[in-house]
Design a protein around this ligand. Sequence first.
Ligand code: ZN
Length: 138
Amino acid sequence: MTVKSKGLDHVAIVVRDLDAAIRLYRDTLGLELTQVEEVPEQQVTTAIFGRGMGRVELICPTTADSGVARFLEKRGEGLHHICLEVEDLEAALGALRAAGAPLVDQSPRPGAGGARVAFVHPRGARGVLTELREGPKD
Ligand code: ZN
């Protein structure tokens, strides 16, 4: 079984100072800031640059004891995860399970923008936390 991937949806970078990071990505690197959103369930604030595929997402913890805060504490700023857009998230999880890849999420959960998402553990993706996303169908 092969996952039907449509490509890179976004890369997510964890940062300590969201305002400073926004200034870098918007004012110095010239990317278009399209959304800033607090996500209480994840205890983070996110800033999205660009539209459609290939976006950049900055994530900054809002509390000291969330998963993202622990990640930042342990590894420092840098790449947090990549996200691939897939055609069928359940089928993708099935294919990964069959391939023996450890999954963070056994089943899809709600993500930003009406999408459904699930994470593959870094141990199952060559050291990179990998998000799979199935966008809303219209
Ligand atoms: Zn993401």
